[in-house]
Design a protein around this ligand. Structure first.
Ligand code: COA
Length: 184
């Protein structure tokens, strides 16, 4: 399968490969405990942010098990707003999406718009059959986003993880290519 075509352009956004210049903005929101609340691991140190941005800048997306993390930028205004992840899961045509926005970029529909760009990439360019999202049940902003995207709640896995000092119930949302194609 070919590598992906970047940048992805939506109505208001550009999704592109990470660059070194994104580091300070990335660290700005990933060093906040509030951003880390529903992500694996604690708020990032500067060294961890450097490692992440370096890894994201140099991604290879060619086979099952590969994943990409794309920088989200507003059209006409350079600067990192957040990131979208797409994983190519093992098994035929399976993907997983994930998202994080800087606090100042939330509440404007940017995550919905960027996620739609990533679903389009997965279904229309990569030929995926099904894309899922996995989240902590307490992460209501993320669950609302899944529903706004037309994803179905498929599973509720009680006490599936233990992180941030407590058990967490995992919700699995998904959407099939035919549902994406025929959504309203
Ligand atoms: C999950 C997360 C990305 C959701 O962000 P979000 O800002 O709520 O989602 P969107 O960017 O799609 O914005 C939707 C909101 O913008 C509003 N909005 C404003 N203008 C809009 C527009 N032009 N189009 C669509 N929505 C618009 C919507 O009404 C909605 O507001 P509401 O939630 O009060 O109803 C964000 O909370 C986040 O980064 N959390 C921390 C990291 C995290 O937990 N990641 C997920 C791990 S599973």
């Amino acid at each position: 399968m070919p590598d992906i075509t970047l940048p992805i352009r939506t109505e208001r956004l550009i999704l592109r490969r990470f660059e070194g210049r994104d580091l300070d903005a990335f660290h700005g929101y990933h060093s906040m405990p509030e951003t880390a609340r529903f992500l694996p691991g604690p708020a990032k140190t500067y060294t961890q942010s450097m490692e992440r941005v370096g890894k994201y800048a140099n991604f290879v997306f060619e086979k099952e098990g590969d994943w990409v993390c794309l920088a989200i930028e507003a059209k006409g205004s350079a600067g990192l707003l957040g990131e979208m992840v797409l994983k190519w899961l093992p098994g035929r045509g399976q993907g997983e999406a994930g998202w994080t926005l800087a606090p100042g970029a939330r509440g404007k529909g940017y995550a919905t718009e960027a996620a739609e760009g990533v679903l389009k990439l997965g279904f229309e360019e990569l030929g995926f059959h099904r894309i899922e999202a996995r989240l902590d049940e307490l992460n209501t902003a993320s669950a609302v986003l899944c529903e706004r995207l037309g994803m179905r709640l498929e599973a509720r896995l009680v006490d599936k993880w233990h992180y941030k000092g407590q058990w967490a119930t995992e919700l699995v949302y998904s959407i099939l290519e035919k549902e994406w194609r025929t959504r309203g």
